[in-house]
Design a protein around this ligand. Structure first.
Ligand SMILES: Cc1cc2nc3c(=O)[nH]c(=O)nc-3n(C[C@H](O)[C@H](O)[C@H](O)COP(=O)(O)OP(=O)(O)OC[C@H]3O[C@@H](n4cnc5c(N)ncnc54)[C@H](O)[C@@H]3O)c2cc1C
Length: 335
């Protein structure tokens, strides 16, 4: 198909919150070779550029006056070398997880049903049920919007951390991920320590397939499907605080849960627990609401605008800051 830049494109189908904003220019990138032309077009009109996958971690609060690069390139390739696999940025993440399982490539079953594209997976180092992408990551290929060059980035270059990477920093926003290479295992590697997952597997043999099935079942029963009600999964990250802060908080809230991190001085605490204490479940502001069962999930209940969602999120984080002295950070990218 000839490369084309569309104008005044409604973004409703391109974000999982389902908010309706308009992009001034929009390019459906099926062939990475078209990125050079798209880059020249943006430069000639002095447009800002936004890379978009399936919009399941993105909230638009205004029309976007620049050019959207909608990454839709496809391809999956098992590479020579035991367990190596390369997938194009526009591939659907969950379909890749299924493809791996079908080809006896193991390790990412716990990341089943995470919405979105392969290209977006490294941006926030997706994770679920005790597994994170960086455990299997080898390298990725990027198109540099500043220089127009294609280059490779190693795991160290990507600076992965909890729901974070170099791509969330200023420089990273100029990079378009074209493909991701993973090293999977030819032998099952099971991570079933996570409480809900362990419980779901009681009475059955833990295999990559049963873990995959259990993860899909838990997610489908617990998390709202964006096709039914707009949302972007967890809106806030779990805060990381010092051990001394935890000790002082536990004087007031002895039940406050906490998990160890790689740094002995820091612990992670559940943002959902903090929000629960403030009674946020089910509350609504404008068309946006907090899910009845999940204080971390904001939903588009009644034709919400992006602004409705952000105002609700601001009220939520202010209440947590006031009561616990903890500033919540958003996981969702607000545009
Ligand atoms: C119901 C639900 C459940 C979820 N559960 C989880 C979960 O368990 N764990 C988790 O980690 N996340 C979860 N998420 C968040 C989301 O699925 C992930 O962040 C996913 O990786 C987003 O993919 P996407 O293609 O939709 O990204 P988008 O929303 O399109 O983009 C996200 C960010 O990545 C950038 N980006 C996208 N593609 C590229 C590219 N090719 N090159 C450079 N930058 C790019 C965008 O500019 C943006 O900053 C959930 C979301 C929903 C709706």
């Amino acid at each position: 198909m000839a490369f084309e830049i569309q104008e005044q494109v409604d973004l409703t189908p391109y974000n999982s919150f389902g908010v309706s904003q308009v992009a001034a220019y929009f390019a459906d990138i099926q062939d990475p070779a078209d990125l050079s032309q798209a880059r020249e077009f943006a430069a000639s009109k002095r447009l800002s550029v936004l890379v978009l996958g399936q919009g399941s971690n993105t909230l638009f609060i205004n029309d976007f006056p620049g050019l959207i690069l909608y990454m839709n390139n496809r391809g999956r390739q098992i590479l020579p070398g035991a367990g190596m696999l390369r997938a194009a940025a526009g591939e659907n993440w969950h379909e890749l997880v299924m493809f791996c399982l079908q080809n006896s490539l193991y390790g990412i079953e716990n990341l089943a049903l995470i919405p979105g594209t392969v290209g977006a997976a490294p941006i926030q180092n997706i994770g679920a049920y005790g597994v994170e992408l960086d455990q299997f990551f080898v390298e990725l290929e990027v198109f540099d919007l500043k220089t127009g060059e294609i280059r490779h980035m190693s795991k160290a270059d990507c600076q992965f951390a909890y729901r974070d990477s170099i791509f969330k920093q200023d420089l990273g926003q100029k990079l378009v991920v074209l493909s991701v290479t993973l090293q999977l295992s030819l032998e099952p590697v099971l991570e079933i320590g996570y409480t809900g997952l362990k419980d779901a597997l009681v009475g059955q043999e833990a295999t990559p397939q049963s873990v995959f099935d259990a993860v899909c079942a838990i997610r489908s029963s617990k998390l709202p499907d964006p096709k039914q009600i707009g949302n972007a999964g967890s809106f806030f990250k779990n805060p990381v605080i010092s051990r001394s802060k935890l000790v002082s908080l536990r004087e007031l809230y002895p039940e406050l849960p906490a998990w160890d991190t790689e740094d002995a001085e820091l612990v992670k605490i559940p943002a959902a627990w903090l929000l629960d204490q403030k009674g946020w479940k089910g509350r609504q502001r404008g068309g946006a609401a907090v899910h009845e069962d999940h204080a971390l999930v904001l939903v588009n209940r009644d034709n919400a605008s992006g602004e409705d969602v952000v105002l609700l999120a601001q009220d939520m984080s202010s209440s947590v800051l006031q009561s616990f002295g903890i500033a919540l950070q958003t996981e969702v990218r607000i545009i």
